[in-house]
Design a protein around this ligand. Structure first.
Ligand code: ZN
Length: 118
């Protein structure tokens, strides 16, 4: 009966108290187990803290990739628009972002063209 009681208390309290985050983290010169409490049980059955919860880490990674993809698309769109403008005015060099640079000679040529049209 006494061992029954000890088994019951073990199965209820100890695993919860002993559960530590299963994540291995880099500490200066070696890997060691995360010191935080494993409050989340992942799909693999292991315990993790909030920071190292594999699902949340995967969500953060997916969000980061989506932001990266959106930025690449924006850069690509800006480049296409810049190249179109450079083609239209027949001068300039695309420098990335929202910047087109004109040389002195290109500006002079453009001014000459505008003066001819007047
Ligand atoms: Zn952790």
């Amino acid at each position: 009966m006494n061992s029954d009681h000890s088994t019951t208390s073990t199965s209820v309290d100890v695993p919860r108290l002993l559960k530590r985050c299963s994540a291995m983290i880099w500490r200066g010169f070696h890997h060691s187990q995360c010191m935080r409490k494993g409050t989340i049980t992942a799909a693999n059955g292991r315990a993790y803290c909030k920071q190292h919860d594999p699902q949340k880490a995967a969500d953060r990674e997916a969000q980061r990739r989506a932001q990266e993809k959106a930025q690449l698309e924006l850069r690509s769109l800006l480049r296409i628009q810049a190249e179109e403008l450079i083609h239209q005015i027949g001068a300039g060099t695309y420098r990335g972002g929202a910047e087109i640079v004109l040389s002195f000679a290109e500006v002079s040529a453009l001014i000459c063209m505008l003066d001819k049209d007047r």
